[in-house]
Unconditional design. Structure first.
Length: 303
């Protein structure tokens, strides 16, 4: 499997994990009753698991070779990726509808595309432009062709989305020199530390010690999915352009919709139509990069 095929596989796997996580986290958050506690606990669990991984001989030698400049970027990734935007997003979500929040968050690929072209020099071809247009149309269709009222809550969610977009651009640069596992660890570990400080400031850190066994079951299940998500995400980002990986991630929405339909029996014609458009966009993206992959293979064989 070449680099592009591996990246596409991992990006699709990330989208599947994300779609499943969104579905299951609805129940997990309800079980814990506090999104700040839920987010901090699962981020901390994943951060500690990844800490155990990066301290193994395979990665510890790489850890010691990281330059100061990259260390600063890793800490920044923890701040603008693994902590602050979560607080902003969930605060905004508590003040607006889940539909509006989902739509704003799903515009992530747009901001990543703009930043990737400006700061990473990534190029977008005609097929990619077509796919991006279909992704936006699919998201708008899932919203029911309704325009959202942009207020304070929506601004917080947009700010969180923009911070995640900036994080992905920084991560893409760092991944040129640092292993994906270490970048994933930095995001979750440094992010969890910041979230813990926040809980201490607002006087809710003690709630972590009061969680009962059923709540811990929910946390562990969610943490396993989050661990798989960050590992496959950064691995795919290391192999593919940021525009492509972020666009494929939108596939998570149709996956969550399918789970709602199959398990809960809940469906909406707009969600189904939007999901079809998003799926078509992903197929176009995968097809375009498969063509690039075949060209590269032929070039390698020729050389």
């Amino acid at each position: 499997m070449n680099k592009i095929s591996k990246g596409l596989f991992l990006a699709l796997l990330t989208a599947i994990i994300s779609g499943l996580s969104v579905f299951l986290n609805k129940f997990a958050v309800n079980a814990i009753f506090n999104s700040d506690i839920f987010t901090t606990a699962k981020n901390l669990i994943v951060g500690l698991i990844l800490l155990g991984i990066v301290l193994t001989p395979l990665f510890y030698s790489k850890l010691k070779k990281i330059k100061i400049n990259d260390w600063l970027k890793l800490i920044l990734i923890g701040g603008i990726g693994g902590s602050i935007p979560f607080l902003l997003f969930f605060k905004g979500l508590s003040l607006t509808s889940a539909t509006s929040a989902a739509f704003i968050h799903k515009t992530l690929f747009i901001w990543v595309s703009l930043l990737a072209v400006w700061f990473l020099g990534e190029k977008i071809g005609r097929l990619q432009y077509l796919a991006l247009g279909l992704l936006f149309l699919g998201n708008f269709t899932m919203l029911g062709f309704k325009f959202i009222n942009f207020g304070w809550a929506e601004f917080l969610i947009f700010l969180a989305t923009l911070m995640w977009a900036i994080e992905f651009i920084i991560a893409k640069k760092v991944l040129a020199n640092v292993a994906a596992e270490i970048v994933a660890w930095a995001r979750m570990f440094f992010g969890a530390i910041i979230l813990l400080v926040y809980l201490f400031v607002i006087g809710q850190a003690g709630v972590l010690l009061d969680l009962h066994i059923n709540q811990w079951y929910c946390l562990i299940a969610s943490s396993i999915l989050l661990l798989g998500y960050v590992l496959t995400w950064y691995k795919s980002l290391q192999c593919l352009p940021a525009v492509t990986v972020t666009s494929i991630l939108v596939l998570a929405s149709p996956i969550t919709t399918c789970l709602d339909l199959i398990i809960i029996g809940k469906y909406n014609i707009y969600q189904i139509s939007g999901s079809a458009l998003i799926l078509a966009a992903i197929i176009i993206l995968v097809y375009s990069f498969k063509k690039i992959s075949h060209v590269q293979i032929r070039a390698e064989n020729f050389n």
